[in-house]
Write a protein that binds this ligand. Structure first.
Ligand SMILES: C[S@@+](CC[C@H](N)C(=O)[O-])C[C@H]1O[C@@H](n2cnc3c(N)ncnc32)[C@H](O)[C@@H]1O
Length: 249
C-alpha cells in the first residue's frame, strides 16, 4: 500500500493541471455500439481524470467503477462523474471480487505497470462473456526509440525537463504539421506538455508489447483481436496497440 501511495503521488504531479481527453466519446463509439455499455457493469481501470468514465456514464452503464493510483486524478474525475464508485488502487492488485464486470476498459495504463500481474487481475475480475479493452504501447522501432529516450530523460533534473518541454512545445507542432499537413491541436486535445510528462519523464521502466505477448498474458480463456480506433496523432498510430479480449463463457 505504501508503494501504491508513493507511485500515486508521483502521478498526481503528472496529471496536475491536465485537461480530460476530449476525444474519449468518439473513441468509445468507434469500438462499441451503445448496447455494449448500456446496462452493463463497467470498470475504468486507470481512469485518470475520468474522460472515459464520463463517457461510460453518459452511455448509461448500470454500474461504473473507476480506479487510479493517483488521488489527485481521482479527485478531478469524481467532480465530473459523480455517480461512479471511485477507488485508489493499482492495476496489478485490484480490490474487486472475481467476475464483477462486463467490461474492463484500460486506456493508456498497462505500459506503466507489471503487465503479467495486471492482465491476470483484469482476467480475474471479468465475468465470463465479458470484454477487456486494452490500449497500450506497441513494440517496434518507434517505441524502442521513444522508450530509450525516456530512460535517459526521466533521470534529468526538473530544469532540463522544463527546457525540453518548452522546446518541444515550439518545435513538435511544426514537425507534426509538416508530416501530417494538419494542425496538431485539431488532432488531439492532449497538450504536448502533457504528452511529454506522460511519456518521456516518467521514472521507472515503461514497456511496449507485441500482439502475441498480450494474447499470452490473457491466456487460453480469451479470444483476442486487435482493433483500430481513430487514435489522434501520427505517432500514436505507429506506437499504440488496442486489443479487444473476450472472456470465453
Ligand atoms: C496516460 S494516463 C491515462 C488516463 C486515462 N485512462 C485516460 O486515458 O484518460 C495514465 C494513468 O495511469 C495511472 N496509473 C499509473 N500507474 C498505475 C497503476 N499501477 N495502477 C493504476 N493506475 C496507474 C496514472 O495515474 C494515470 O492516470
Amino acid at each position: 500500500m505504501a508503494h501504491t501511495e508513493r507511485e500515486g503521488r508521483y502521478w498526481d504531479k503528472i496529471t496536475e493541471g491536465a485537461e480530460p481527453f476530449r476525444e474519449a466519446g468518439e473513441l468509445v463509439a468507434s469500438l462499441f455500439p451503445v448496447e455494449a455499455i448500456q446496462g452493463k457493469d463497467i470498470l475504468d481501470a486507470g481512469c485518470g481524470l475520468g474522460a472515459y468514465s464520463a463517457t461510460m456514464a453518459a452511455l448509461n452503464a448500470q454500474t461504473l467503477s473507476s480506479f487510479d493510483i493517483s488521488i489527485g486524478s481521482l479527485r478531478q474525475a469524481k467532480a465530473s462523474v459523480p455517480n461512479a464508485h471511485f477507488a485508489q488502487a493499482s492495476l496489478s492488485q485490484l480490490p474487486y471480487p472475481a467476475e464483477s464486470f462486463d467490461m474492463v476498459w484500460s486506456w493508456g495504463v498497462l505500459h506503466y505497470v507489471d503487465a503479467p500481474l495486471a492482465l491476470h487481475e483484469i482476467a480475474r475480475v471479468l465475468k465470463p462473456g465479458g470484454v477487456a479493452v486494452i490500449h497500450t504501447l506497441r513494440k517496434g522501432a518507434w517505441a524502442s526509440l521513444e522508450l530509450g529516450t525516456a530512460r535517459l530523460l526521466s533521470k534529468t533534473p526538473n530544469w532540463m525537463q522544463e527546457l525540453i518541454t518548452a522546446t518541444g512545445e515550439r518545435t513538435i507542432p511544426l514537425a507534426v504539421q509538416l508530416v501530417t499537413r494538419h494542425d496538431p491541436a485539431v488532432q488531439t486535445s492532449k497538450t504536448i506538455r502533457q504528452k511529454l510528462k506522460e511519456r518521456l519523464f516518467v521514472p521507472g521502466d515503461i514497456r511496449a508489447f507485441s500482439f502475441n505477448e498480450l494474447c499470452e498474458g490473457f491466456g487460453d480463456g480469451f479470444e483476442v483481436r486487435e482493433a483500430y480506433p481513430p487514435v489522434p496523432d501520427l505517432l500514436n498510430r505507429h506506437m499504440s496497440i488496442t486489443l479487444i479480449a473476450h472472456k470465453r463463457l
